[in-house]
Design a protein around this ligand. Sequence first.
Ligand code: ADP
Length: 452
Amino acid sequence: MFDKILIANRGEIALRILRAAKELGIATVAVYSTADADAMHVRLADESVCIGPPSARDSYLNVPALLAACEITGADAIHPGYGFLSENARFAEILAEHSIAFIGPKPEHIRIMGDKIEAKRTARRLGIPCVPGSEGGVSDEAEAQRVAADIGYPVLVKAAAGGGGRGMKVARSKDDLLHAIQTAKTEAKAAFGDDAVYLEKYLEKPRHIEVQILGDGQGGAVHLGERDCSLQRRHQKVLEESPSPALNDTQRAEIGEICASAMRELRYAGAGTIEFLFEDGKFYFIEMNTRIQVEHPVTEMITGLDLVTAQIRIAAGSPVSMIQEDVKFFGHAIECRVNAEHPSTFRPSPGRISYYHPPGGVGVRVDSAVYQGYKIPSNYDSLVGKLIVHGRTRNEALMRLRRALDEFIVDGVDTTLPLFRTLVRNADVQNGLYDIHWLEQFLATGGMDLNS
Ligand code: ADP
């Protein structure tokens, strides 16, 4: 097992990793930018090292500074969390060259899945069902038109290096296609420095359903059920739940086993998520995330497992049970991502939290790194915290969520708490009747205007 883990991240996920390390009896090192000197992860870690100025490029993405921090503190492993360097295969290789363990999958798997064209090719080879689309990238207009005519409009132009919902454009007809390709390429070049794009059939009313997997790197892998993340804004998840109200037990077991068996064949190590769109009873692979995800607590609540502890154990080569029958599911969990943003305009609202009171009680979990008097910096994402509830049934979870949201007080900054208070009272949400466009339509038709 590791002696000391350096956490190359900030915010709630840094705290989440720190908690897992402490429970394993492993010492922790926090790193921070000058904008995060007052952050909770810095206070709670055994040691902390300032690694640079506020800009992420100069601090949380600064590989030499991270290596120096390992050297100074004697850390023998790095947990990258999500975002930042978590899906950077080169970073994982550099750590290996310095005899520091990367708590995550093998670099070759990060690399394959980081390129969405390559990821789809691999998924197909492993027997995972994919969205119909181009075999590889599309390089010229004629080819794009041929593929689009073949799969049928509407089509979605997507960036091979995509992430965070950027570099995606819908073309409804041949006339839109060229423009969609050009805009997607420009956006992809600006965001990722790579303008390769590919085409996919645009699904009109799918749900987003993803499968959590754990692999031991030696051919053992299990699935931990699915998460339904269909409530999205700008292709970003807002609320997640498990189990999905749209699946029956047979569909759940089938897609879970397809994913687990693919990961056994890959000899995948660590935690990963295989993302699908689900429409008319069929699953379509869209991408795989080779890291811990923001919404992982939903799965922890219904399985009783600690995914970060599992990641650490796997990276250290300790045995982790990989027998599917050992994984038991109970009840229903829902997570809300509470952001420091205006609840209807979504304008970011960094600033000082003047009063903070998180909810508590049976079945309520809050993963957050804020506190009363804490100043949310404007340099990073606007996540205040995640509220996760668990109940024996979906209905119990919804009622618990309703009362937990009513208890939650965050003063001094705008938050999206009012949005969730509205959603939890909405009939479609209560009945589980929503697809990936539902929330955008709800907002566009003034769903929040009456309440804000
Ligand atoms: P990113 O890596 O940018 O998050 P994804 O491929 O995971 O991109 O897609 C993010 C979201 O975009 C999905 O959850 C879904 O809402 C939408 N999306 C992606 N592919 C399609 C598609 N073929 N048809 C319709 N919507 C899609």
